[in-house]
Write a protein that binds this ligand. Structure first.
Ligand SMILES: Nc1ncnc2c1ncn2[C@@H]1O[C@H](COP(=O)(O)OP(=O)(O)OP(=O)(O)O)[C@@H](O)[C@H]1O
Length: 257
C-alpha cells in the first residue's frame, strides 16, 4: 500500500557517473520522499555535488536511471524534461546570481523565461519571493556585489523559488555563513518546507544544519549511498567514516546541542 509518506519524488537507481575512466558513483540508489528534507553528506570528493548534478540533468549518467515525479528524466522527451525542470529550483554554491542584474531581475529571469506574464505581475511575484526568502524589500534593487554572503544565499533561494517549485536543490547552503546566519537560514528552509510542502535535497557539510533541518540523512562513501535514514539511526551505523563524522568532537557538539 502506498501512503503519502512513501511517495517518492526522486528515485535514483543503479546510478553510475564517471569522468573519462574516473568513476564517481557506481550502483548508487537513493529515494527521496515528498515533502522531506534530505541531507546528503560524505567526505570531500565523494560525489555529493555530482550526484545533485546527475539528478538535475547537468551530468548524464553512464548507467542507471533517475526518476523525478515518476518520470524517467533521461529517457523523457524534451517537453516532459522541460516540464519537470519547471517543477524544481536550484540554489548553487555561492548563489550563482547574474552579476549584471539586480536581485529582482535575477528572480524574474526564470519567470520571464518560462511563463508568459506581464512585467508588472512578474515584478510582484519577484517581490513576494524576495520577501519569502527573508530579504528586506529594498534588496530587490541591489546588485549581487552589494550583498553580504548570507544575503546572496537568500537571493539565490528567492530565484530558486521563482516558479513555485515542488523540489529545491541546495548545494551547501550554509557554507560561508556565520553561525547565526546559518541558523537563520536553517530556520527559513524548515519554514518553507512546512508552509509550502517543499521537498528539499540538500548537500551539506554542516552538522548543525543536518541536526536542525533534515528528516533523513544520506551518506555517500565508496561510490554509493552507504546509509540513509533519520539522523539518530544513521549515526549508529558502524561504518568508520560515519563514526568519525558523527562521533568526532564537532559531531558530538552539534548533536548534543
Ligand atoms: N567536471 C569534472 N571533471 C572531472 N572530474 C570531476 C568534475 N566534477 C567533479 N569531478 C570529480 O568528481 C569527484 C566528485 O566531485 P564532487 O564535486 O561531487 O565532490 P563533493 O562530494 O561534492 O566534494 P566537496 O565536499 O569537496 O564539495 C571528485 O573527485 C571530483 O574531482
Amino acid at each position: 500500500m502506498t501512503t503519502e509518506q512513501e511517495k517518492y519524488v526522486i528515485e535514483v537507481e543503479g546510478l553510475k557517473t564517471q569522468f573519462g575512466d574516473f568513476v564517481v558513483h557506481e550502483n548508487l540508489d537513493l529515494k527521496v520522499r515528498q515533502s522531506e528534507i534530505i541531507g546528503v553528506v560524505g567526505g570531500s570528493g565523494t560525489g555529493k555535488s555530482v550526484l545533485m548534478r546527475a539528478i538535475i540533468g547537468l551530468k548524464k549518467p553512464s548507467a542507471g536511471s533517475v526518476h523525478i515525479f515518476g518520470e524517467d528524466y533521461y529517457q523523457a522527451d524534451e517537453q516532459t524534461r522541460v516540464g519537470i525542470e519547471q517543477r524544481w529550483g536550484v540554489l548553487f554554491q555561492g548563489g550563482a546570481l547574474f552579476s549584471s542584474m539586480t536581485v529582482a531581475q535575477n528572480v524574474m529571469a526564470p519567470i520571464r523565461e518560462h511563463m508568459d506574464m506581464g512585467t508588472l505581475l512578474a515584478q510582484d511575484i519577484a517581490a513576494l519571493k524576495i520577501s519569502m526568502s527573508g530579504l528586506p524589500e529594498e534588496a530587490g534593487a541591489k546588485y549581487p556585489s552589494e550583498l553580504s554572503g548570507g544575503m546572496k544565499k537568500r537571493a539565490g533561494l528567492a530565484r530558486a523559488l521563482a516558479l513555485d517549485p515542488e523540489i529545491v536543490f541546495l548545494d551547501e547552503p550554509t557554507a560561508g555563513l556565520d553561525p547565526i546566519g546559518a541558523a537563520k537560514f536553517d530556520e527559513l528552509i524548515v519554514n518553507l518546507k512546512e508552509s509550502l510542502g517543499l521537498t528539499v535535497f540538500m548537500v551539506t557539510h554542516d552538522l548543525d544544519t543536518l541536526h536542525s533541518t533534515c528528516d533523513r540523512v544520506a551518506v555517500l562513501a565508496e561510490k554509493r549511498v552507504i546509509a540513509c535514514g533519520p539522523l539518530d539511526e544513521v549515526r549508529r551505523n558502524d561504518h568508520p567514516w560515519i563514526q568519525e563524522y558523527f562521533s568526532g568532537p564537532r559531531g558530538r557538539a552539534a548533536l548534543a546541542s
